[in-house]
Design a protein around this ligand. Structure first.
Ligand code: PMP
Length: 440
């Protein structure tokens, strides 16, 4: 595999070396830490990426999830160009596309009556948590262990690394996570105990979760887990926040909340919301909750302050509006979901035929391929979870090496273990990919 990279990716290698001199680690985005070095892409088109050396890859990375329509669809690109021609990217004042995008989201998402656009999923999570604390006048927020909700101080990975005891993310003052609690997935009884404990100590502002399970299904949850959490939130008066950064418009036009039939109080959106164009982040929710975001400069009413110079700029909004229109028109969630089913069935077949210790599973267009042990590991106590973490770390490294092997066979993925499918993934593309998997 390493020989393949040396023989075929000299352009990328040279660019990566230049990058290392001026960019920490040579990459600006944590998904680009490819093994053995980051590949530099020069073209993106439908289901394919092409690197600076002319190698073409089937794109199951999808920039981490936003390009559900495939790369660079004309239906989004052309209106963006037209807007840039007559308006440019920003005015700082209201724009028609801001309203059109908001109306479209509110029409489709069951839990979204109003929406506030922000700069990223991370910002939107921070805003949603702040809003929940404002409305409930409580402090504590419970997350489901192992979930990724962006990199804010209060919610970034909080686990201590096995052996060293170091935090996975450093530079976070103890106080910043003082009101963040973790609860294991698939354990409603543990969540109930935590909510009960909190009730005697000021209560719980919100429970935040990824509806497919932590790390968007890397640790899958039972089908009724979201409904169980909903019921517990109602019982204890905590708000339920769905982090739909991955699932919003990918699981369906109504997101995972539409898919599972569980409506959260607040919804966090990102990624597919703007079809891969910058500034993808939004808080949505019930009207009376969202109204706590109102208030101009100098306002004295009680409100949660969120902001952003470029939030809801016309460029983001025109892209988002047309991306979502196209998603609706083409039934992209369902089409990409069928491609995901086909990919998973094919992977299953390879695993069975070759007797590999892997498991493939998917929820529509989110396909996971992992060493099977991870799912069998017992996470019923914190101590066991720490052991699981050590094991998961080892397997993660192994999956990254597999990721490099996939890349050398023309497939890019999320760290070798997650594969997003898109509208552009025809049967022929998926079958081509399966041949490559089989070779690996
Ligand atoms: N929540 C989830 C579930 C995510 O997957 C991500 C990004 N991978 C985020 C939040 C953070 O979004 P962003 O990268 O736009 O800040």
């Amino acid at each position: 595999v390493l020989r393949w990279f040396d023989a075929h990716c000299q352009g990328s290698k040279q660019l990566a070396e230049r990058a290392c001199a001026v960019i920490p680690g040579g990459v600006q985005h944590n998904l680009s830490f490819n093994h053995p070095f980051p590949l530099a892409m020069s073209r993106a088109d439908g289901p394919y990426l092409t690197d600076v050396d002319g190698n073409r890859y089937i794109d199951f990375l999808q920039a981490g999830g936003p390009t559900l329509l495939g790369s660079n669809p004309a239906a989004v690109r052309e209106p963006v160009k037209a807007l840039l021609d007559h308006c440019g990217p920003v005015t700082g004042l209201l724009h028609e596309y801001e309203v059109k995008l908001a109306e479209l989201v509110c029409r489709h998402m069951p839990g979204v009556e109003m929406i506030r656009l922000l700069g990223s999923g991370t910002e939107a999570v921070m805003g949603a948590v702040r809003l929940a604390r404002t409305v409930t006048r409580r402090q504590r927020v419970i997350k489901i262990g192992g979930a990724y909700h962006g990199w804010s101080d209060q919610l970034v990975y909080g686990m201590r690394l096995p052996k060293t005891g170091r935090m996975e993310a450093t530079g976070i003052p103890r106080g910043a996570t003082a009101h963040t609690q973790e609860c294991l997935p698939n354990d409603p009884e543990a969540l109930r105990r935590l909510l009960r404990w909190n009730r005697l100590r000021g209560g719980t502002a919100a429970v935040i979760l990824e509806p497919l399970g932590p790390e968007s299904g890397t640790r899958p949850v039972h089908r009724n887990f979201n409904a169980q959490v909903r019921a517990l939130c109602d019982e204890f008066g905590a708000l339920l926040i769905f982090d739909e950064v991955v699932t919003g418009f990918r699981a369906g036009m109504g997101g995972a909340q539409g898919y599972f039939g569980v409506t959260p109080d607040l919804t966090v959106l990102g990624k597919c919301l703007t079809g891969g164009y910058p500034m993808a982040g939004a808080i949505g929710g019930r009207r009376e909750l969202m109204m706590s975001l109102v208030g101009g400069i100098g306002s004295t009413t009680r409100r949660a302050f969120v902001g952003g110079t470029l939030s809801a700029n016309p460029l983001t909004c025109v892209a988002g509006y047309h991306a979502l229109l196209e998603t609706e028109r083409t039934h992209a969630p369902a089409v990409a979901g069928r491609a995901g089913d086909r990919l998973r069935r094919g992977l299953d077949e390879i695993i069975q035929r070759r007797g590999l210790p892997y498991v493939a599973y998917n929820m529509g267009s989110v396909v996971h391929l992992q060493t099977s042990g991870v799912l069998l590991l017992d996470t019923s106590s914190l101590w066991k979870l720490i052991k699981v973490k050590a094991e998961a770390q080892r397997r993660k490294h192994m999956m990254e090496e597999m990721g490099a092997a996939y890349t050398a066979h023309g497939i890019v993925s999320v760290a070798g273990s997650r594969f997003y499918t898109s509208l552009a993934d025809t049967d022929a593309v998926i079958d081509d990919a399966l041949h490559r998997f089989d070779d690996v």
